[in-house]
Design a protein around this ligand. Structure first.
Ligand SMILES: NC(=O)c1ccc[n+]([C@@H]2O[C@H](COP(=O)([O-])OP(=O)(O)OC[C@H]3O[C@@H](n4cnc5c(N)ncnc54)[C@H](OP(=O)(O)O)[C@@H]3O)[C@@H](O)[C@H]2O)c1
Length: 278
């Protein structure tokens, strides 16, 4: 297989580049191809003529999207459409990375793939609109919704908690948002399997199990052998520009039906911590 990854320098992109073997993989950062640039996108797809395109590139600063919606829509929705049009033009299959933030968080049981999108933030709207446009353009494309991504290639929640815990006696962490952490390595491995299985449609991928950010922070600190206290606070006490869903656990039913099972979030965190120390 020939594969082109947009967003190869990001958290997921680096994991994909690391995990993918046995195929010809080209990884692109924003410097190689800005997805807002239609002609550049078409040129790289024409050059690489991939069987699969993995579109992991996005403006992922959820609060930044709130203050800069023009950039958010230009990259996350219109940029995604540019890539989809190029995929269609050159006959490549497409996997698009979307988010649990397309949901409003009002459910109390895991979100199924066909639950109604009702994003509460600009970031969530950009992803929801991109999903709709891409499914119109390429009905057989594959949309992977993931959540709470962490990994070795850059800034993420566990990394932030460990850095803060090293210099503070106590940390305040929100306890009224529940979701499923996802280790970029495990997500990358599942995405590679989706390509090999020629998957299409919407698929939810996160590590199994769920927690609040407070619970996740406590586990990170315990795993590191630190004694920093973690105090539960509400989202209101830690007001951020973008609203986050109170509940965004993603049902793995479709993934399981494709014969792919994700490791537990506890196992994923243990492996992340081990690899971080190397
Ligand atoms: N992080 C999460 O918790 C989370 C949760 C749900 C879904 N997702 C989705 O999963 C995917 C991967 O996320 P991530 O955390 O790996 O992202 P990330 O670490 O923020 O990396 C973003 C990637 O997108 C590239 N990029 C940004 N703007 C671009 C542009 N205009 N043109 C081309 N490339 C551009 C970046 O390239 P440069 O390095 O060159 O800037 C980088 O490679 C994204 O679609 C994200 O929305 C993430």
């Amino acid at each position: 297989m020939r594969v082109t990854i947009f967003g190869a320098s990001g958290l997921l992109g680096q994991a994909l580049m690391h995990e993918w073997s046995g195929d010809t993989v080209t990884g692109l950062s924003s410097r190689d191809a800005d997805i807002r640039d239609v002609s550049r996108v078409q040129a790289v797809v024409r050059e690489n003529h991939p069987d699969w395109i993995v579109l992991a590139a996005a403006y992922t600063d959820v609060d930044g999207c709130e203050t800069n919606p023009d950039r958010a829509f230009a990259v996350n929705r219109d940029g995604a459409v540019n890539v989809a049009e190029a995929a269609k033009m050159f006959g490549s299959r497409l996997i698009f990375l979307s988010s649990d933030y397309v949901f409003d968080g009002k459910k109390t049981s895991p979100y199924e793939i066909d639950d109604v999108r009702n994003p509460q933030s600009v970031y969530g709207r950009t992803k929801a609109e991109a999903e709709i446009r891409l499914l119109e353009l390429i009905p057989a494309c594959c949309i992977v919704r993931t959540s709470w991504l962490f990994g070795l290639g850059g800034k993420c929640f566990p990394d932030t908690i460990l850095k803060l815990a090293a210099s503070r006696p106590a940390l305040d962490v929100v306890n009224d948002q529940r979701g499923s952490p996802t280790f970029a390595t495990d997500l990358a491995s599942a995405i590679i399997q989706l390509c090999r299985k020629d998957a299409n449609g919407i698929v939810h991928i996160s590590n199994s199990g769920d927690c609040t950010w407070f619970e996740f922070a406590g586990e990170i600190i315990r795993n590191a052998g630190l004694t920093t206290a973690v105090r539960p606070v509400s989202s209101q006490q830690m007001a951020r520009p973008a609203p986050r869903p109170a509940y965004s656990v993603l049902s793995p039913a479709r993934l399981l039906s494709l014969g792919i099972e994700m490791p537990s979030r506890h196992d994923a965190l243990r492996r992340y911590m081990e690899q971080r120390q190397k």
